[in-house]
Design a protein around this ligand. Structure first.
Ligand SMILES: Nc1ncnc2c1ncn2[C@@H]1O[C@H](COP(=O)(O)OP(=O)(O)OP(=O)(O)O)[C@@H](O)[C@H]1O
Ligand SMILES: [Mg+2]
Length: 222
């Protein structure tokens, strides 16, 4: 489903070279895959490349057999909107909008009419257990609830691939596990593929596949 072929993205800063180097990996459909590795090992860099937010210096990103990394920015932007979902560590919910409006936003950006966007957003929020919090703004939700709202927002447009960077980092231990259980269930039910960057053992324990990075290189996969 997602394939990274021999990807290199190097950052040169003050004579030091960092980034990711020669990484190849494949994530099958409906898989919950985790990118693990210490701080600075290249997890976020790789997620940004897989999410078409950045382009590699060398190598290719392929989605469903198609090379997408070399497409013009406009086409990549379109793919991001229609086929990819993102969950960031800081959730990035819009503070002045309710949970429901936050989830409706990407649907309306895709051109869905208001009633249909509303229906789909309600379904997505219900799936993550937030049907009683539709009209709360992010500041009125707990950290775990905000995280689930962010997942509902990523999933409502029915993406093929969801990229999540440290999604449990601002949750306590008791919330990280159930969040991953939810992602694993969604992978099974909807056939969504997840690529999650994390060093949380609760996250790694629930992965279908783990890719370990060190110093920008892939050191193992299981
Ligand atoms: N824009 C940039 N310019 C220069 N160096 C960068 C840039 N972005 C990342 N790096 C460097 O590339 C390496 C990989 O960074 P990356 O953010 O991918 O690590 P990470 O595995 O996500 O770490 P963490 O677990 O701390 O989030 C680091 O050494 C970092 O300093
Ligand atoms: Mg990171």
């Amino acid at each position: 489903m997602l394939e990274l072929r021999n990807i290199t993205r190097a950052y040169e800063l003050g004579g030091e070279r960092a980034g990711v180097f020669g990484v190849s990996l494949e994530v099958p459909k409906a898989c919950l895959a985790v990118l693990a590795g210490p701080s600075g090992s290249g997890k976020t860099t790789l997620l940004q490349l897989a999410g078409l937010l950045d382009a590699p210096d060398e190598g290719e990103v392929r989605l469903d057999g198609e090379t997408v990394s070399a497409l013009p920015e406009r086409a990549r932007c379109n793919l991001r909107l229609r086929r990819l979902g993102f969950v960031f560590q800081a959730f990035n919910l819009v503070p002045v909008l309710s949970a429901l409006e936050n989830v409706m936003l990407p649907l309306q950006l895709q051109g869905l009419a208001e009633p249909e966007a509303r229906g789909r957003a309600e379904t997505a929020l219900d799936r993550v257990g937030l049907s009683d919090r539709l009209h709360h703004r992010p500041g009125q939700l707990s950290g775990g609830q905000q995280q689930r709202a962010a997942i509902a927002r990523a999933l409502a447009p029915e993406p093929l691939l969801v990229l999540a960077d440290e999604p449990t980092a601002s949750l306590d231990h008791a919330h990280g596990g159930p969040l991953m259980d939810l992602m694993a269930a969604l992978a099974q039910e909807r056939g969504v593929t997840f690529l999650v960057a994390s060093h949380d053992p609760a996250v790694i324990a629930r992965a279908h596949r783990v890719f370990r990075l060190a110093d920008g290189r892939l050191v193992s996969q299981d």
